[in-house]
Design a protein around this ligand. Structure first.
Ligand SMILES: [Zn+2]
Length: 168
């Protein structure tokens, strides 16, 4: 059941979320996506996923306290299963079930930690979960590599290739 669906306009490049009055099944959300319009240019050419760059993500943020920033990320951020699992681990101590499956989910984790930098030093704790071992152990190196190859964390083909091999 989904309350909103992150999207991006293929014509004007605007990232936005389709919000639903009531939580609806994923299939119904996709139908809404197919019939949706861009709030900026009214185009119907929209794709799923906001694919936010770092500057865009930073510009959209609201909230000061930890709770406010977490709530804002859940409502307005680029939320995926792995990044959501990190929030549940950091706040509730729940085992993070969904590890990143590729660059797209890894970059959503990186965008989350950019919003909540107080969690960066705790990323090493994830190394004790087998699916997260590499990310936990190598977090600082991964982030340095990502941001040095692509400041915006958006569409870096070389990096994507290298990381896809790591996650293969
Ligand atoms: Zn548009």
């Amino acid at each position: 059941m989904l309350k909103s669906l992150p999207c991006r306009c293929l014509d004007c490049d605007q990232p936005f979320k389709l919000h639903f009055a009531e939580p609806i099944p994923a299939n119904d959300a996709l139908v809404k996506l197919l019939n949706g319009h861009c709030p900026l240019c009214d185009s119907q050419r929209i794709e799923m996923g906001m694919n936010l760059g770092l500057t865009e993500d930073r510009a959209m943020r609201r909230g000061v306290t930890l709770d406010q920033r977490i709530a804002d990320w859940i409502n307005n951020g680029d939320v995926g299963l792995a990044s959501r699992a990190i929030v549940d681990y950091m706040t509730l101590g729940e085992e993070p079930a969904h590890a990143p499956k590729g660059y797209e989910s890894l970059r959503r984790v990186a965008l989350l930690i950019d919003r909540i930098p107080e969690w960066a030093d705790r990323m090493g704790e994830l190394a004790r979960f087998p699916a997260w071992r590499l990310i936990g152990e190598e977090w600082k190196t991964l982030i340095e590599n990502i941001t040095s190859l692509d400041r915006e964390m958006r569409d870096p083909p070389e990096l994507k290739e290298a990381l896809d091999q790591i996650f293969a």
